[in-house]
Design a protein around this ligand. Structure first.
Ligand SMILES: *Cc1c(COP(=O)(O)O)cnc(C)c1O
Length: 384
């Protein structure tokens, strides 16, 4: 295996889910998001661990993601959170993927395919747009669309869902909007019930809402990022401690590389493309075998993200290349030897001095983007 790899702690994944369960009310089902290759952690392995830890559903984004899980023998219901193309619907149905639906055309396409494959009754979840502004029907039309589902005669409304836009924001404005979304959602559910229809499992909580708004859990929660060990933005560790509901998460992924060479640079010698950095005085430069082709992207260097080797942190010098980047070890560094592991982010037990969240905060993004953008070239090494 390449020395540059992502160590995936399935044991931490299990611990995180157990921690999250303390916040989930008895009887509430869990749909764990394993979309985008489980936020970069490896969908099949993470899905198996999630199911062993009690996941009732797994959330995916694409039909291909569903196929990968089914091919691995996973029988758990799969909820597909994004729409697929019409030409993928045959596969979606044959793989027993439960789609989010919200408009007549998409409902009709699924119904026709279900009929063709003789798979009735087939479960779909109605998505309601209460303020996310992505997919979902208008809340006032919820009963009308629910009736369209029923009218197909082959689809059943297994659930009704909405998605929060700012549940991870700790401000009055944010909280008010989440409350409004929740109210709009429960009103839409009432419309469906008043029309004599069954809304099925009602669910709206992502990670932040699951932890911060237990009163909104309804029949099922859909956590993602917290499962992988990162707090949902402003619903931070400190915030939850202050609130009196502490949550201890461990980052599941540790990204490591190696110091493949250590080279003496005299003053004025430059490092890398564009010659953006020159040694001020003599120093030793370590060459790491990781670059933007691995998801270790160029902007990390611009924002002074350091790299840990044997418990100390060293600055990246020059631009990050596709396959390599360079760090400044200083002269005659006794702490670092050739082939030592360089730890880019992850759990402190693996020698990491920062998490993906720390990097995200420095570089204007979110932990989700950092872990899910670690590319396929980086082998995942699973630890139980
Ligand atoms: C991705 C996603 C989730 C999980 O979100 P987290 O913020 O990672 O908890 C839940 N529901 C929907 C519809 C999503 O798209």
């Amino acid at each position: 295996m390449r020395a540059t790899k992502a160590i995936i702690h399935l044991d931490y994944l299990k611990q995180n889910i157990a921690e999250i369960k303390r916040f989930v009310k008895p009887g509430v089902k869990m749909c764990i998001a394993v979309k985008a290759d489980a936020y970069g952690h490896g969908a099949v392995e993470c899905a198996k661990t999630a199911v062993a830890s009690g996941a009732d559903f797994l959330a995916i984004a694409t039909v291909d993601e569903g196929r990968e899980l089914r091919d691995a023998g996973i029988k758990t219901p799969l909820l597909m959170l994004s729409l697929c193309a019409p030409e993928e619907i045959a596969d979606a149905v044959s793989l027993d993927i439960t789609p989010f639906v919200f408009d007549e055309e998409y409902i009709r396409l699924f119904a026709e395919e279900v009929q063709r494959q003789n798979k009735a009754p087939y479960s779909v979840h109605l998505a309601v747009d209460t303020g996310m502004g992505r997919i979902g029907c208008e809340p006032k039309n919820a009963a009308v669309i629910a009736q369209k589902i029923a009218d197909t005669g082959v689809l059943v409304q297994g659930g009704t869902a909405t998605h929060f836009a700012v549940s991870d924001v700790d401000s009055k404005e944010g909280r008010d909007f989440t409350e409004l979304q929740f109210k709009t959602f429960t009103d839409a559910i009432t419309l469906i019930r008043n029309a004599g229809l069954n809304p099925g499992l009602c669910h709206c909580c992502n990670s932040a809402a699951t932890i911060d708004h237990p009163e909104m859990q309804l029949d099922m929660v859909r956590p993602g990022i917290i499962v992988y060990g990162y707090y949902a933005e402003e619903i931070s560790k400190a915030y939850l401690e202050k609130k009196g509901t502490p949550l201890t998460l461990r980052p599941v992924m540790t990204l490591v590389s190696t110091v493949s060479a250590i080279r003496r640079f005299e003053a004025e010698k430059s490092v890398g493309y564009g010659r953006t950095w020159k040694a001020e005085k003599e120093t030793d430069i370590g060459v790491l075998t990781i670059g933007y082709g691995d998801g270790w992207v160029r902007r990390f260097a611009l924002n002074g993200v350091p790299v840990a080797v044997n418990g100390k942190s060293y600055p990246i010098r020059g631009r990050i290349c596709m396959d390599q980047c360079m760090i400044d070890l200083g002269l005659d560094n006794k702490n670092v030897h050739r082939w030592d592991a360089a730890v880019l982010f992850g759990d402190s037990a693996e020698g990491a001095l920062q998490t993906a969240d720390d990097i995200a905060q420095k570089t204007g993004t979110i932990s989700y983007e950092i872990t899910s953008c670690i590319t396929r070239r980086v082998p995942r090494e699973f630890k139980e």
